[in-house]
Design a protein around this ligand. Structure first.
Ligand code: F6P
Length: 319
């Protein structure tokens, strides 16, 4: 193996830079040349490719975002787009590709491997919604950003004796909301994986008011619906006024936590080892603190499972 490529694709996540650094440094350590592909698959099709050296990944381990930039490409979903990508890879003499991103990015990798091009996936998304790994790169940083926001909202909630709804990202997954809600002591955590009766949520609110509690924090995952509509519904059914905070894109930025940097370093380096071992169509992940790899096809047909025990615990602790 002489030349590999690396790209980031889909939504950015804190720690992607640490993963790029690990890929580049690990490959160079093994005398393999590394080519950075900008703007994900879009840049790949357009030949937006540049050779990287040890210095090109210096001073990035602590930076959020991705120095390679990212995109969500529609064109790459077409046969012609994939053909163009393969042509570029051949033109540059690249023999294997590390794809850092989420499930959409792995679907892209699957297309390339089905055309005979070796790819290894590295899970990077704040959503923590990928099967085959306990954690994705970026989740821990994002979680801490959400937690900091909950703590701040709590200060004003107690001062004004109000009920606040905080909407988190996560696409169709409730992990961010669940972990942040548990860590932030939220009264209610509303996530797509659990179909909780609206009356239960109301009942909890009213019960805590009866015992004299005048403020409440509800964490709502975006996958459940719109926080403003939810707020209206509470008002209509109980007369209780709620204030809404939609956290939005701040959840995607910021300097990665130690946890994310270490995870990214371990996963990025392992991805290079797999290419050296002539493996393809695998996604690296972490299970019980061990680095593992799984078939990308299984990852894409599998389902990420929310930790139900944690959800139940959050209920027990917020009575
Ligand atoms: O997948 C990461 C994520 O931030 C999700 O949590 C969110 O639903 C989505 O991306 C937003 O996508 P976009 O960057 O296209 O607005």
């Amino acid at each position: 193996l002489k030349k590999i490529g690396v790209l980031t694709s889909g939504g950015d996540a804190p720690g992607m830079n640490a993963a790029i650094r690990a890929v580049v440094r690990k490959a160079i350590y093994h005398n393999i040349e590394v080519y950075g592909i900008r703007y994900g698959y879009q840049g790949l099709m357009e030949g937006n490719i540049k050779k990287m050296d040890l210095g090109s990944v210096g001073d990035i381990i602590h930076r959020g975002g991705t120095i390679l930039a990212t995109a969500r490409s529609q064109e790459f979903k077409t046969e012609e787009g994939q053909q163009r990508a393969i042509e570029q890879l051949n033109k540059w003499g690249i023999e294997g590709l590390v794809v850092i991103g989420g499930d959409g990015s792995f679907r892209g990798a699957q297309k390339l491997t089905s055309r005979g091009f070796p790819c290894i996936g590295v899970p990077g998304t704040i959503d923590n919604d990928i099967p085959g790994t306990d954690f994705t790169i970026g989740f821990d940083t994002s979680l801490n950003t959400v937690l900091e926001a909950i703590d701040k909202v709590r200060d004003t909630a107690t001062s004004h004796e109000r009920t606040y709804i905080i909407e988190t990202m996560g696409r169709n997954a409730g992990d961010l909301a669940l972990w942040a809600g548990l860590a932030g002591g939220a009264e209610s955590i509303i996530i797509p994986e659990v179909d909780e009766e609206f009356s239960n949520i109301i009942h909890r609110l009213e019960r805590s008011r009866e015992r004299g509690k005048r403020h409440s924090i509800i964490v709502l995952a975006e996958g459940v619906g719109n926080a403003f509509e939810f707020s209206e519904r509470i008002k209509k059914e109980t007369g209780i006024e709620t204030r809404v905070t939609v956290l939005g894109y701040i959840q995607r930025g910021g300097s990665p936590t130690a946890q994310d940097r270490v995870l990214a370093s371990r996963l990025g380096a392992r991805a290079v080892e797999l290419l050296i071992e002539n493996k393809s169509d695998r996604m690296v992940g972490i299970r019980n603190n061990e680095i593992v790899d799984n078939d990308i096809d299984d990852i894409l047909s599998g389902k990420h499972h929310l930790n139900k025990g944690m959800y139940n615990l959050s209920k027990e602790l917020s009575i």
